[in-house]
Design a protein around this ligand. Structure first.
Ligand code: ARG
Length: 463
């Protein structure tokens, strides 16, 4: 007999049970469900809505059910549909009529909205701590390779020399913002919908603030219809998961390029690469490729959830049961990707000389040669033209700018003096960009120093 079976004269068809049931994927919210019920029950007892002694027994039994679940002693049933009714059923099996009082003043609609908020709050905090660990790897790598020069790119064409550490620290910034976004998501979702009832509120004198505070929530939802029927918080989580994956995917793409024979900038550790079943020479960057690939599925989760929600009239509709697999998949994917990606980075070998060699090719110092002429008084556009002609000449002759003799330089523009050689050296090209946020050794060192402080503040300390 279903917990809601009173008005039914037939039991549900087996095929309906399996189609309707969500226990296969919502069982993971058992802890949040039990904690939510305990807070609700404490409040019911305090308000005298149910006898205090009943509340105490319910709370004690819920605690026992929790530890039995954690010890693997409980098998959930498909007939009981979802985690909420499975736990209520267990409670009633154990303490009979008293257990039947728990659901007073509550609906599964506000219950599930609460559980999902609590669950995602915990997941977001976990992911913030994964980001923190990931960022520490970036910082360590940047510090260990300080001074390594590589080509910076635009359009994937060599542009200007930069420090490898500067490149890494760009990802630190992206992930800091993602962590901040998560914190903001947590703050928005961390309010309790309990008391919304099925949709319209409840006739019982619930103390909504009390239950919220017992759950570490900062307040309550302000409209009962909204409280049970929006899933914007889950969609936001999927969005931030998409953003994190997008950032990781860009770095993954770079790792894949950098570890190719053509670039040769990094070599992945054997423990973080895979081989080919046919080509004996192969060492493939599968972790990075999977991170890039999984980005697509997380975007899919976001779009699926937005689409599920877009046509739903207020308030609860069963369509919304489809929210969970999507958002769970998104947080699971990010939680699985960040740690293994971090290990892959921390064990990767950086080929400094290849990076430097690549930075010395491709006229990455051309902007600096133009800036040299500007400092000698030539307008920038004219300087740009002179150096453009010089690059065309060097390209045809297979030469570099710094290989030109002083006479050859003067042939392009009489303003050249022998300080040009210093001005176009890789070290100078990097270190003269000594502006906040720039790639000079000086700036990057202080960026790393600041990053250490900022990352230590990034810890999940919300409650
Ligand atoms: N398993 C359901 C869900 O995930 C719980 C809410 C069911 N509410 C209802 N009125 N059928 O959405």
């Amino acid at each position: 007999m279903k917990l809601w079976g009173g008005r039914f004269s037939k039991s549900t068809d087996k095929s309906v049970d399996s189609f309707n049931s969500s226990i296969g994927f919502d069982a993971r919210m058992y802890r949040q469900d039990i904690n939510g019920s305990i807070a609700h029950c404490e409040m019911l007892g305090k308000q005298g809505i149910i006898p205090k002694s009943d509340a105490d027994l319910i709370i004690k039994t819920l605690g026992e059910i929790l530890s039995d679940i954690e010890d693997g002693l409980i098998e959930f049933s498909i007939e009981a549909e979802d985690i909420h009714m499975n736990i209520e059923k267990l409670l009633i099996e154990r303490i009979g009529d008293i257990g039947k009082r728990l659901h007073t003043g509550r609906s599964r609609n506000d219950q599930v909205a609460l559980d999902l908020r609590l669950y995602l709050r915990d997941e977001c905090e976990k992911i913030r701590s994964h980001i923190k660990d990931f960022n520490n790897v970036l910082i360590e790598l940047a510090e260990a390779n300080i001074g390594v020069v590589m080509p910076g790119y635009t359009h994937l064409q060599k542009a200007q020399p930069i420090l490898f550490s500067h490149h890494l620290m760009a990802y630190f910034e992206m992930l800091c913002r993602d962590s901040e976004r998560l914190l903001q998501c947590i703050e928005r979702m961390n309010v309790s919908p309990l008391g919304s009832g099925a949709l319209a509120g409840t006739t019982y004198p619930l103390d909504r603030e009390f239950a919220a505070a017992a759950l570490g929530m900062k307040g309550i939802t302000q409209n009962s219809l909204d409280g049970v029927s929006d899933r914007d918080f889950a969609i936001e989580v999927c969005f931030v998961m998409s953003m994190i994956m997008m950032h990781l995917s860009r770095l993954a793409e770079e790792i894949i390029l950098w570890s190719s024979g053509e670039f040769g900038f990094v070599e992945l550790d054997d423990a973080f690469s895979t081989g080919s079943s046919i080509m004996p020479q192969k060492k493939n960057p599968d972790i990075a490729e999977l991170a890039r690939g999984k980005t697509g599925r997380v975007y899919g989760d976001l779009i699926a959830l937005l689409t599920v929600m877009k046509g739903l009239p207020l308030a609860y509709n069963k369509d919304m049961q489809e929210d969970k697999e999507q958002v769970f998949d998104a947080v699971d994917t990010v939680s699985a990707t960040l740690p293994v990606f971090a290990k892959m980075l921390s064990t990767m070998k950086v080929n400094k000389s290849n990076m430097r060699k690549a930075a010395a090719e491709g006229f990455t110092n051309a902007t600096d040669a133009a800036d040299y002429l500007v400092k000698k008084g030539l307008p920038f556009r004219d300087a740009h033209k002179v150096i453009g002609e010089m690059v065309a000449f060097c390209t045809a002759e297979n030469r570099t700018i710094e290989s030109l003799s002083l006479d050859e330089f003067k042939g392009f523009c009489p303003l050249f003096g022998d300080d040009i050689y210093n001005a176009v050296s890789l070290e100078n090209c990097v270190n003269l960009r000594d502006i906040p946020g720039g790639t000079s050794l000086n700036q990057v060192k202080s960026a790393i120093k600041n990053a250490k402080r900022r990352n230590s503040l990034l810890y999940p300390t919300i409650r």
